[in-house]
Design a protein around this ligand. Structure first.
Ligand SMILES: Cc1cc2nc3c(=O)[nH]c(=O)nc-3n(C[C@H](O)[C@H](O)[C@H](O)COP(=O)(O)OP(=O)(O)OC[C@H]3O[C@@H](n4cnc5c(N)ncnc54)[C@H](O)[C@@H]3O)c2cc1C
Length: 478
């Protein structure tokens, strides 16, 4: 194989995964990340193993998300919080729980087919239990039961839900689906430790790419990076643009046109009752209206992350912007850039967090007592094209030596990297036997104590509560 030096700009989940994956294939990789740690851009908390949070997307996107989530889980098993998600349809909603069944059945069939193709894909439990419904009478039966310390069965997971949710606000049945949690601190920690171990990978944190241009022979890119005021220039054979919502800035440096949207969003970190283990709970609702979806994401130590898909909570007026014919980089308003680069006014954090608490308390009345625990998890994400509801996207290319990562959901990073590997095979940089060989290898999983220590350090460095760096349910508890 020919020798190749690969540059990756951006160390979010896309760039970090590309570095890890290509590094394991033996390529020479240099990763530039302007932040102090990897995976420190917009957050993620949910493994969309079926896209069941999004009623508005196509079945085809849901199946893609299912397949990609299984891949992600197999690549980063240590980042997954193995607890289910409960889906509730409020009485105020125009749709009914029964409307969800055709898609759930399709997803169950798709999951069965994936297991048939590769038995190691059975990471979400048996297809028979991919989803389960709870009628009002089952709900009432569970309401009288005491929560168990470590839930093992669907019924045990459902007990706190039945005890605390106001049944008059919900249409029955409720549905439990095997979509799990995804811990960004543990994913960032594991990727950092693994990348640092590889001699063929150079990790440049605190380093911003300030200029990029094609080399004169057209067979590579010259990259100028800056660290603490010092600039350096290096030449690479292949460039991976994984700059997240700033992907358009690198496109602009190179004169590439691309339509994309960028959206600023936030999820709020609250503290509620400690001691009871909850599943994730989703209350469906129409995005952008006062009834927008409410999402309850539990973490250890009584921490609960909240999304409320209204313009007063997770979404923001003027928070969605698009590229123009002059620039591939959508321009977020300065107030959002300030929030990303510097910080939020605490009064605004409190106001929006309290609204998120009240939005959730409509369904879980006791949640009124929840408190604001920290600054929100927030940021801007890119969506390629012009459709803001697109959820399954991965990568596009310019010529043979430039890949542009365009994941909307974290789970898409392995199909993204597969496509990049195909391009590298065509250039003779990688042997063709590497195609689709996902490098799932349990021996390359970092050891648990080092991983948790690193995850904790990242949480502290980013001023988030230590417990956010932990997960409630490991695979051993399944
Ligand atoms: C509130 C919110 C909740 C979300 N929840 C979920 C969820 O539950 N599940 C899910 O799958 N997805 C979720 N997402 C989407 C998810 O956050 C993104 O899809 C994902 O983080 C994108 O990863 P990325 O690596 O492409 O980009 P990023 O994470 O943005 O990484 C890009 C990196 O590039 C760096 N960079 C940019 N320019 C330069 C430069 N010139 N030089 C050096 N470095 C540079 C940045 O510092 C950044 O670290 C959520 C998004 C938001 C906003």
């Amino acid at each position: 194989m020919k020798h190749a030096d690969i540059a990756i700009v951006g160390g979010g989940v896309a760039g970090a995964t590309a570095a890890l994956y290509l590094g394991r294939l033996g390529l020479n990789v240099t990763l530039f990340e302007k932040g102090e740690s990897l995976v420190s851009g917009p957050p993620f908390c949910h493994l969309h193993a079926g896209g069941n949070l999004y009623r508005e997307i196509s079945d085809a996107q849901c199946i893609t998300l299912l397949q990609q989530s299984i891949d992600l889980l197999r690549f980063y098993p240590y980042a997954v919080d193995y607890r289910p998600t409960v889906i509730a349809v409020p009485t105020t909603d125009k749709e009914n729980p029964a409307d969800l069944y055709p898609r759930l059945q399709t997803l169950r069939g798709a999951y069965e087919a994936l297991i048939k193709a590769d038995p190691a894909n059975e990471v979400l439990g048996s297809p028979d239990t991919y989803y389960r419904s709870y009628s009002r009478s089952e709900f009432d039966r569970l309401r009288t039961m005491a929560p168990v310390e470590t839930p093992q069965t669907p019924d045990e997971w459902m007990i706190p839900v039945a005890r605390e949710i106001d049944p008059e606000q919900i249409k029955f049945p409720m549905i439990m689906v095997q979509e799990y949690g995804l811990n960004l601190f543990r994913l960032g920690a594991g990727a950092t430790l693994s990348i640092q171990q590889m001699e063929n990978c150079t990790l440049n944190l605190d380093t911003t790419v300030v200029a990029a241009e094609a080399t004169d022979n057209g067979k590579g890119y010259r990259i100028t990076s800056e660290r603490h005021g010092n600039q350096s220039v290096q030449t690479f054979d292949y460039l991976i643009n994984a700059a997240g919502f700033r992907t358009g800035e690198i496109d602009d440096m190179l004169g590439f046109k691309r339509d994309r949207l960028v959206e600023f969003k936030a999820a709020y970190v609250t503290k509620w009752q400690e001691g009871t283990m909850w599943p994730e709970v989703i209350f469906h609702g129409e995005r952008g209206t006062p009834e927008g979806m409410a999402q309850f994401t539990p973490y250890p130590c009584g921490l609960v992350q909240l999304h409320g898909m209204t313009n007063e909570i997770t979404l923001f007026d003027d928070g969605l912007v698009g590229s123009t014919s002059q620039s591939a980089q959508p321009q977020l308003l300065p107030r959002f850039l300030e929030m990303i680069e510097q910080k939020w006014e605490w009064s605004c954090v409190e106001k929006r967090s309290r609204r998120a608490i009240e939005h959730m308390a409509r369904f879980i009345p006791a949640f009124h007592t929840a408190q604001v625990a920290s600054k929100p998890l927030y940021g801007a994400q890119q969506i390629p094209g012009e459709d803001p509801t697109l959820r399954a996207a991965d990568v596009s290319f310019e010529g043979k030596r430039y890949a542009r990562c365009e994941v909307v959901k974290a789970s898409s990073v392995l199909s993204m990297t597969d496509a990049i590997v195909s391009g590298l095979i065509a250039l003779d940089y990688v042997d063709k036997t590497a195609q689709g060989k996902r490098q799932f290898d349990s021996t390359s999983v970092p050891d648990e104590s080092g991983l948790q220590a690193q995850a904790l350090e990242i949480a502290k460095k980013r001023h988030y509560p230590a417990c956010l760096s932990r997960r409630a349910v490991t695979e051993e508890l399944l």
